[in-house]
Design a binder for this molecule. Sequence first.
Ligand code: FES
Length: 108
Amino acid sequence: MVYTLVSNINEISTSNIKPITIAGKEILIINYDNQYYVINRKCTHFGGDLSRGKLVDGIITCPNHGSKFDIKSGKSISGPKIGFLKLSTKDIKTYNLKVENNLILIDL
Ligand code: FES
């Protein structure tokens, strides 16, 4: 694994989401209860911007059609709801990370 420096922990306060682009990948660094998680920024449905999503109890909700993803596992908890239709969507990609000397490094 090759880890890449992406942020200092002081740049992301609790329950905050920091979007960044690194090596052509759009990702979110999430501080949830002072644990850090990294997921893709774009929803697996139609690419909704999860940096504008709501984060509650470790679940992020897409602002477009309401798909929900577990930020720890990336698992799709529920798919989009469009009118009366309830659809499914793929899990979201997560990344391994480590924190060293207050720096967040991820395995891209
Ligand atoms: S784009 Fe995210 S739920 Fe549709």
